[in-house]
Design a protein around this ligand. Structure first.
Ligand SMILES: Cc1cc2nc3c(=O)[nH]c(=O)nc-3n(C[C@H](O)[C@H](O)[C@H](O)COP(=O)(O)OP(=O)(O)OC[C@H]3O[C@@H](n4cnc5c(N)ncnc54)[C@H](O)[C@@H]3O)c2cc1C
Length: 359
């Protein structure tokens, strides 16, 4: 297997030395280590925020095995890593998935994202974890068409909800904090708001649930326990109602012209598996000196890679990212970079923007 070849690079492609795919903990530390080598990075993540699994799966849980930190939550770790990498001014392209990766005739790599961003790079470091975190889709006939015409949104951010809901008959799907918060944000903006979840049980902070109960009692928010069963659309395809199957076996049609779906986010290896890279059990084999894949210029670090003795731990990913940064620097500069210490190197102090003792 090998990467496909692209004939030409689009004119608007961002040209760079290094692209990091994935802004999980390992991708963020990769940005820092490349920065120490004097390499500025472009970072892409499917999620609208950095932190990967740490933020998406266990943001509030404490982690106890990060060297030198007795305990910090997943969210705190992501914030610390982003702050540590900030002096190197990475460009983040969030909320977009890298969909295509091709080899250009001159050997450089061309990446295209779902948001239409093109990146042309000499090196690519895959820190893609267990895959891109993407929202679970509503599996009903017509759902794709509704997404295309803007009547179905997956996990819209809180700040967009007011504008989306204005004057609409809104149905929010889901039972977690994000779904409840979205339904509450629609109240007062939308013509009607209905929250649909398979059980009349919702999760979220006590204050949010109390606010929800108050709006239910006041008749400003309707809650329906049931499963989405079908979409009712008019002849021109626009949404009329969502049909819900109820626990008693009956059905109810909820008038709707806007659906906001919070059905969870799950990782999909997706495109990484389609680029022609040699995968072994959904992971990329690498050498343990450079963390390079079999494809020139492509490296893999963190949960996405595999080698004898591999352990899927953040601290192992940090080591991998460090050696990968040395390898990328050697690739770009044509010779192995010198080892320098952050405690004493005036060169690294200048890169980090910190004072050098004696200056
Ligand atoms: C519940 C839980 C608790 C854990 N606790 C610990 C712990 O205490 N200590 C520890 O060391 N480890 C722990 N882990 C494991 C740790 O979280 C992982 O090893 C770590 O997150 C791997 O980091 P990563 O950066 O390689 O990948 P991830 O964190 O998975 O990040 C990968 C990122 O890449 C993005 N991505 C993938 N493909 C694409 C694409 N094509 N385009 C754009 N973006 C893409 C994804 O959206 C994701 O954000 C835990 C894991 C879980 C699930």
């Amino acid at each position: 297997m090998a990467l496909e070849t692209a004939a030409l690079s689009p004119e608007n492609a961002i040209t760079t030395d290094a692209v990091v795919i994935g802004a999980g903990p390992v991708g963020l530390f990769q940005v820092f280590q490349l920065g120490l080598q004097g390499i500025q990075t472009q970072v892409v993540d499917a999620l609208p925020h950095v932190g990967g699994q740490c933020v998406e799966l266990y943001a509030d849980k404490p982690i106890y095995d990060i060297p030198g930190i007795r305990a910090c939550t997943g969210l705190e770790l992501a914030e610390r890593l982003q702050t540590q990498a900030a002096p190197f001014k990475p460009s983040y392209h969030l909320g977009q998935q890298v969909q295509t990766m091709q080899r250009l005739p001159d050997g450089e790599l061309l990446l295209g994202t779902t948001a239409g961003t093109w990146l042309r790079s000499k090196s690519v470091i895959l820190a893609a974890g267990v895959g891109a975190f993407v929202p679970r889709a509503l599996k009903l006939d017509g759902a794709e068409q509704l997404t295309a015409q803007g009547q179905l949104h997956y996990h819209p951010s809180q700040r967009n909800i007011g504008a989306l809901a204005q004057g609409q008959q809104v149905v929010v799907l889901g039972g977690d904090e994000a779904a409840v918060a979205a339904a509450l944000a629609c109240v007062g903006q939308a013509a009607s708001v209905t929250l649909v979840h398979r059980r009349d049980v919702f999760t979220g902070p006590d204050a949010l649930l109390a606010q929800m109960a108050a709006l239910r009692s006041a008749g400003q928010l309707q809650v329906v326990a049931g499963q989405s069963a079908a979409l009712q659309q008019s002849a021109d395809g626009s949404l009329q109602a969502l049909e819900v199957s109820l626990p008693d076996g009956g059905t109810q049609a909820l008038p709707a012209n806007l659906l906001l779906a919070y059905l969870g986010i799950s990782p999909k290896l997706g495109p990484v598996a389609d680029w022609g890279l040699a995968l072994e059990r959904k992971q990329l084999p690498v050498d343990t000196a450079r963390f390079a894949t079999a494809e020139p210029g492509i490296y893999a670090v963190g949960d996405i890679n595999h080698y004898p003795g591999k352990r899927k731990l953040i601290l192992c990913g940090f080591h991998e990212a460090t050696l990968a940064a040395f390898a990328v620097a050697e690739q770009l500069q044509g010779q192995p970079p010198m080892l320098q210490y952050t405690s004493s190197s005036s060169h690294l102090h200048a890169l980090l923007g910190v004072p050098h003792p004696g200056d």
